[in-house]
Write a protein that binds this ligand. Structure first.
Ligand SMILES: Nc1ncnc2c1ncn2[C@@H]1O[C@H](COP(=O)(O)OP(=O)(O)OP(=O)(O)O)[C@@H](O)[C@H]1O
Length: 271
């Protein structure tokens, strides 16, 4: 898909939290995103920000697993039309539907919910077939090999644990060959080899794909073409990584993030 983009326009999302005992429950509103506006184009964009800044909220909304309270999200491409939706209503669409766009998205939440009794090989083949990739059997087998999952090929997914399970979930996202790949904290719980594979896989993705990654791992954020800095639910900075990092003497994402921190007291916990 050529010239793909996502535009978030004045997105606000609040969560309701109920505190106290059942009879005296106090309803409290917690800010997820506040008037968030930004646009990303094809390439790898890493979302940074302190704990609770709204990184996961942004990915959830973009994956359309949750509705914003306000604002609109536009998914667009030169050939594939345009799709704009806001609070669950379609504002404008060029012959595409939300489910058409969702089919183009693979999303890895921080805590994936689905666990299958089918084997690693069966599920990855199923997803390759579902996405109608060319030669699905070969595609799934290559994915298994690349993610170092050959030893678990015949293992039911429900029996995987730890870093191997994380590698499987990542392989599942990549096997779908999506146009839009959304990864929430992909390095969390991953072993060093898994991190290396992930880096290779991200950097070898087609350049017309949008890859959005939320991470607290500043070394890993060096894989980005663009960086978004979120603070208190809003976009504080968005720009090319190489220009942003060139503005600090270290020339690294970590150096740039620390420089931003000195102005606002941002704190990040690496994993
Ligand atoms: N399901 C939920 N119910 C209530 N509050 C929530 C929920 N999900 C997120 N929040 C709150 O919304 C705010 C933004 O959370 P979010 O998870 O989007 O931030 P984050 O930047 O991803 O943080 P982290 O780096 O800790 O994952 C936080 O204050 C969080 O506690």
């Amino acid at each position: 898909m050529a010239d793909l983009w996502i535009e978030w326009s004045h997105i606000t999302k609040k969560y309701n939290s109920h505190k106290g005992s059942n009879s005296l429950k106090e309803k409290k509103s917690i800010l997820g995103l506040l008037d968030f506006s930004a646009t990303v184009r094809a390439g790898v964009t890493v979302i940074l920000g302190p704990e609770g800044a709204g990184k996961s909220t942004l990915l959830r909304l973009t994956a359309a697993t949750m509705l914003p309270d306000d604002g609109r999200i536009t998914y667009g491409s030169r050939e594939g039309g345009r799709f704009i939706w806001s609070r669950g209503s379609v504002v404008a669409s060029d012959s595409t539907s939300l489910s058409d766009w969702r089919d183009k998205i693979a999303y890895l939440p921080t805590v994936p919910a689905l666990r299958y009794d089918e084997t690693v090989e069966e599920t990855l083949l199923y997803y390759a077939q579902l996405r109608r990739v060319a030669s699905p059997r070969k595609h799934a087998a290559e994915c298994i090999a690349r993610w170092g999952l050959a030893g678990w090929r015949k293992t039911p997914v429900s029996k995987l644990i730890g870093p191997v399970l994380k590698r499987y979930f990542l392989a599942e996202c990549f096997v779908k060959s999506p146009n839009i790949l959304l990864l929430d904290e992909p390095t969390r719980g991953l072993d060093p080899i898994g991190k290396q594979i992930l880096w290779q896989e991200i950097t070898r993705q087609p350049k017309d794909q949008i890859v959005l990654i939320s991470t607290n791992n500043l070394a890993f954020a060096e894989c980005a073409d663009d960086l978004i800095l979120l603070e208190n639910g809003s976009c504080r900075r968005l720009g090319r990584r190489k220009y942003l990092t060139a503005s600090v003497k270290e020339g690294t994402v970590e150096g740039w993030y620390k420089a931003m921190q000195t102005f606002s007291g941002l704190k990040i916990q690496e994993n």
